[in-house]
Design a protein. Sequence first.
Length: 174
Amino acid sequence: VYVRIRAGTFKFPKEHKQVICIGPGTGVAPFRSYLSWRNRRSDKAAKSLLFFGCRGKENDFYFEQEWDQMPNTRVYAAFSRDTDRKIYVQHLILDRADEVWEILGEQDEASEKIAAKQFFASSGGSLSSCFPSSGKHNGRSFPQLVIVGNVYGVEATMDRLLRGLAMGVRAGDP
């Protein structure tokens, strides 16, 4: 049996930085490890948001009890098969766009990262409807984003990222 260990592709910021983690059906384990580490290291860990998707709460909501033990982490899970209308990660982000913008608007434009294993949901949906296409919110420019670990390895401003995504749908749309 041949076994090979490779270094991970995630590059997370230090614990005092706010982070937004997005896993649209691609797995939540790397985010769990990182967020757990942050919360264990410091009672004053910066705010974290985790958006992730899975099929159903009953069978797929892994680590549900652990998320409650992370006071500085808000977890939003999209369960795509629990209702007649499919709910995906981009719907949750859209519903909480102000909270996402608040974190991103406070970041240092040159250094902040969004950790995302894969920014494109397999459903073909997108995140483009979550934010204004102008790349501004409340008069502030969107900081530069570095997408870490996605299949394209892209570095882009929000405007460029949004231009590359297809139009998304709002929660509850067919």
